[in-house]
Design a protein around this ligand. Sequence first.
Ligand SMILES: Nc1nc2c(ncn2[C@@H]2O[C@H](COP(=O)(O)OP(=O)(O)OP(=O)(O)O)[C@@H](O)[C@H]2O)c(=O)[nH]1
Ligand SMILES: [Mg+2]
Length: 625
Amino acid sequence: MHCHTPREIADADVLLVGNPNVGKSVIFYELTGKYATVSNYPGTTVDVEVGKIRDLNLKVVDTPGMYSFFSITEEEVVAKRMILESKANLIVNVVDAKNLERSLPLTLMLIESCKNVILVLNAMDEAERLGLKIDVKELEKRLGIPVVPTVAIKRKGLDKLKEKIEELSKIEQKKRIFKLGDQLEEKIKEIESKISGEYPVSKRFLAILLLSGDKVAEELTGVRGENFSYKIAMEYKRIADEILDGIVKIEETKRIKLDELTLNPILAIPLTIFFLYILYLFAGVIGAQILVDAIEGYFEENVNPAFNSFLESHVENYWIRELFGGEYGIVTLGIRYAIAIVFPVVTMFFVAFSLLEDSGFLPRIAYTLDVLFKKIGLSGRAVIPLMLGFGCGTMATIVTRVLESKKERMIATLLLAVTIPCSAQFGVILAIAPSFFGLLIWAATVFSVFIAVGFASKSFFKSSPSFFMEIPPLRIPSLQNVIMKTLTRLRWYFFEVLPIFVAISVVIWVGRITGIFDVVLSLLAHPTSLMGLPKEASKVFLYGFFRRDYGAAGLYDLVDNGVISFRQTIVAMVSLTLFVPCIALFSVMMKERGIKFALSVFLVAMTIAFSVGMLLNLLLQEVGI
Ligand SMILES: Nc1nc2c(ncn2[C@@H]2O[C@H](COP(=O)(O)OP(=O)(O)OP(=O)(O)O)[C@@H](O)[C@H]2O)c(=O)[nH]1
Ligand SMILES: [Mg+2]
């Protein structure tokens, strides 16, 4: 993360650069055929992705979105480093045609960098729908660079873009600078004279960055910076406004009513319940009741008995038989959990989740919840990593890089690890929920814990965030993207999950041979019984140590066999959700936040899981559930 740009990427020819959520990754995919995750919210790409442009022998890099060179968040720094360190001589600056005014200052700075620049006006379909008319010819003339209007998702304008890329990869564009006002210009000259050596960008550009106090430029040139970033930003804004004068005409504003409606705070709660219901339909009903029943049934009735009797007749040693078969074997437990329970549920969950992600509804809900978010020490921006946690907490923890302060990153990481169930776990929970009502009890409890942990950590970390998040437009999800994203996630999931599930079976096997398994189980039996759960449930928590979904799958087994009641199911769902983060999440936490933090989270999670489980059990008993 903090190291220099890797070689393969430093060798690139073309950089895709622009504000978040403008369609860079869609364009990257259309140019290269290599899928980079596309979602309808800012901050989807947090690291760089490289690919070859089809038919042209050029390497192109998809970068995380950046608003400006005066960067605040880590992923913006990643993009900036790319521009300053890569030898790539061509920048494809993608902007949202609806927001030209806001993004043009960045375009000007890119032109100033002395690399060749192409300006792509993407999402022209939406701009037209809003009645915006952009004078492309005149804009080209004023900027002195090619301007290509596109509708990336419909492949419109991309051939033209490819033509321009080919053209500009061969010739040097005429360079131009934008004068910044006398006082700044003098300073620029002064600093420029201190810079020695060769760089992939112009010295004038480096001097401007140094003047704005840029750390990356300081590191690169060894020259100390100053702090004029505000002045510089205002100058570029002034120049951008001059250039845009008369370029964008608004025909008549046709607003989409729904857009505004969804920003109404009163609607946030029913909308959230509605989305929960959609997830439940997909993962709980289609995934669990239909697919799991079929596949699991097949395993229970055919695969497992056949496999076990095969072992009986071919393998003499009891423990070897137990390694592969029996109640806990690699095939009968590990692979069955992965393929028959987790896989179908997760697939349906990913489909539903992608639909929600691409619609643009989720960040709107977050926006309406901003007041609440502030109370727990986070800005509205945090909703993205938190939301991604419903996919995978490990990925989401990495995405907390989009948050501005370290404090916010810690709070978000803690909330992710403790209160947000990951897709597999959530999927199985949706699957075993005894009813939608039961699911609502679960959701309300987990949400209350979320708020409580949030409040506590706000005062603990003393975080006071400033709100800054863009609301993406509402969009109809594209079927192709939903399929691509689901497949990409599934592939990643499958490769990750299957080996781990096999490994866990082996660990359990070793635990049983050595007797450690029984010791840990008897340790867990105590808190388990305090929560009113049968002793079989302690196994679920033991599995949960390794992977949350493994634990969840174990819970599914209990419910399926009718071992636990309605109340017990809900208590187990809640405490398993809050239970310690899985091994993968733990190691990422350690990497991103340090071992002390990771260990504390582990302890906090376990304490919360058991105490909330006990309380909930008492409460439900009290109201007669
Ligand atoms: N209507 C419309 N939507 C588009 C167009 N191009 C991209 N989108 C949508 O815009 C959203 C963002 O696309 P991405 O490619 O993920 O954006 P990005 O610039 O890579 O975003 P970050 O990685 O967050 O910086 C997705 O929902 C796309 O489907 C377009 O031309 N028209
Ligand atoms: Mg992207």
